[in-house]
Design a protein around this ligand. Sequence first.
Ligand SMILES: [Zn+2]
Length: 165
Amino acid sequence: MKYLIITTFMAVMYSCTAQEQNKNSAEVKIKIEKSEAEWKSALTPEQYYVLREKGTERPHTGEYDLFFEDGIYHCAGCEAPLFESDSKFDAHCGWPSFDQAISDSSIIERLDKSHGMIRTEIVCANCGGHLGHVFNDGPTNTGLRYCVNSISLGFEKEDEKRDEK
Ligand SMILES: [Zn+2]
């Protein structure tokens, strides 16, 4: 009996470690799987281009570029929370910029070698939607700059959240 308990304990320990190693890597299982046709009907053409085809909106055109209200930004593809307004700053680059994600598990990072550059793509961990890129030149204490397309985001105001409680 004692042996069984120890074995079970070790199996649990091992599975926790394995999950930890997979965090933020490309092997993480995306929770929402939809066909391209389903995504096309669920999203606007602009959202589909950015979220599913890894497009980039033109700088200084996005709804949340110069937008600094208190609340939570979520994924436009699946509504999963991604960033808090406290982490948003004006990077003068033309896209909404944040210095950290809302949690360690909300965003997945992937190596992106497209367009002759080596960058780190960021995607929604829940639906795999393309958000933008993260850079190591952030001006705050995290040193990170999550450069995100406005069109990949939705916003929920702080007051609206309180009203629901
Ligand atoms: Zn999503």
